[in-house]
Design a protein around this ligand. Structure first.
Ligand code: ADP
Ligand code: MG
Length: 434
């Protein structure tokens, strides 16, 4: 049977007579992804495209058993280079916008620690480009920055906006790739033609001069066109080392909002929400236990809930406090086995901006002594290393100064809110290996 006979049977008479019978089937693309049809009249082509694509696809399946994308062209049409570029970009934009559909505003628990970032994100998602441009969300690892960023994306997509979500690293790779392939035109068309540009983890722009230069132009172009830009970072723009001034100041043009470590109440609400989403019911006692044992990263809390769920459903274990305590112990043990002392030194070094060699030296300036104390505290907390091990690596003669440092750090954890925050953020970074 030929294609037209099939479509005649599957459609009503007037549609067929007026439009569909003008379809001429040309070919399937070489990779079999697209079936190409031609029509002689521009208006009919666009009418068919908007009304009958699904029907045509259905008939094509009857016709030859495959289900490629349907493309309707004007007969003899040669696409201009610009159109081809635009199409390429449109296709890619929808592909590269791989947003996690579960990262929505609905699934985000709001509390004092993230209220402002949440409100600003919602405002921006509702009216992109109008207020707070750019929006800059910053805060420690695992506290919901990516979640909020993608919630903006999902919301804007629903409202029919063009959204690009990338990490700054993807942006950078894309950029280098385009230079290599002499395809900057395409790169620029992609990043400069969206309604909402979402860039995750911009702290990695640090020291990347060429990418900064390109991002500067992308930023200006979008900002001038009143398109929304949202960025996340683990620190304030002013604290991103090696960021050129003109970018830093632009990052501060709009609104800067932080996400902080949630308080107990918010943590409890998050655990309730996440266990709901995982389809498990936890008692008050268990929820409290988890909330008080895990003191910072929400990602870690989520990990525990997934484990509980797995043990319950795969091993048929009953969910009770003992089981959850066991799982948590396991998780903490695993963390400890995976974390190495040099990693801790490196992360503390880069976060506090003190050279590893200084941390291991005998220097006694306040900043170095503080970094050393932080390392000691974290090594004690996160690894199985003994005091003599630590003393050896840090070039300390005896371990009495180690225990002195630990004592001091414990005091600071009680008294110094700032010290506590630094420790918690570092802990997140180390546990999440970021
Ligand atoms: P970040 O990007 O700040 O490192 P993420 O956005 O990746 O953190 O969050 C880590 C995990 O914690 C995600 O699975 C996210 O859904 C969850 N999460 C973080 N904050 C919240 C919150 N307030 N409500 C619900 N889930 C949250
Ligand atoms: Mg993130």
């Amino acid at each position: 049977k030929d294609f037209l006979t099939i479509i005649q049977k599957e459609s009503n008479k007037s549609d067929y007579d007026r439009y569909l019978k003008q379809l001429v089937y040309k070919k399937v693309s070489s990779d079999e992804n697209i079936a190409i049809f031609e029509v002689n009249n521009k208006y009919i082509a666009s009418w068919i495209k908007s009304k009958f694509t699904d029907l045509i696809q259905h008939c094509f399946e009857i016709y030859n058993g495959s289900k490629p994308k349907i493309e309707i062209r004007l007969a003899g049409e040669k696409k201009t280079k610009k159109e081809i570029l635009k199409e390429q970009v449109e296709n890619e934009t929808s592909e590269s916008t791989i947003l996690n559909p579960s990262y929505t505003f609905d699934s985000f628990v709001v509390g004092p620690s993230n209220q402002m970032a949440y409100n600003a994100s919602l405002a921006v998602a509702n009216k992109p480009g109008i207020q707070y441009n750019p929006l800059f969300i910053y805060g420690g690892t695992g506290l919901g920055k990516t979640h909020l960023l993608q919630a903006i994306g999902n919301h804007a997509l629903e409202k029919g906006k063009t959204v690009i979500y990338v990490t700054i690293e993807q942006f950078m790779n894309d950029f280098t790739f385009s230079i290599k392939n002499k395809n900057m035109e395409h790169f620029r068309a992609k990043y400069r033609n969206c309604d909402v540009l979402l860039i995750d983890d911009v702290q990695f722009l640090s020291g990347k001069e060429q990418t900064q230069e390109e991002f500067f132009h992308t930023f200006n172009e979008l900002h001038n066109a009143k398109k929304q830009i949202v960025m996340t970072s683990d620190r304030l723009p002013s604290q991103i080392a090696g960021l050129v001034d003109r970018l830093r100041s632009r990052f501060e043009w709009g609104l800067t909002a932080d996400v902080q470590i949630p308080g107990l109440e918010t943590k409890i609400a998050i655990i309730e929400k996440k266990s709901d989403l995982n389809g498990i019911k936890l008692s008050k006692e268990i929820i409290n236990f988890i909330a008080t044992s895990l003191d910072n990263s929400i990602r870690e809390i989520e990990g525990v809930i997934i484990r509980i769920n797995a043990s319950a459903s795969l091993l048929n274990q009953e969910i009770n406090l003992a089981m959850v305590q066991g799982l948590l112990k396991e998780q903490i043990k695993e963390n400890k086995e995976n974390i190495k002392l040099p990693d801790i030194i490196n992360i503390v070094s880069s976060e506090l901006n003190i050279k590893p060699s200084d941390i291991k030296s005998k220097k006694r300036t306040a900043a170095v002594a503080n970094a050393r104390r932080v390392v000691i505290y974290l090594v004690r907390e996160l690894t199985h290393n003994s005091m003599p091990d630590i003393a050896k690596v840090l070039g300390m003669k005896d371990h009495s100064s180690i225990s002195h440092n630990i004592k001091k750090a414990n005091e600071l954890m009680e008294q110094d809110e700032n010290f506590k925050l630094v420790i918690q953020n570092l802990k997140n970074k180390i546990i999440n290996k970021e």
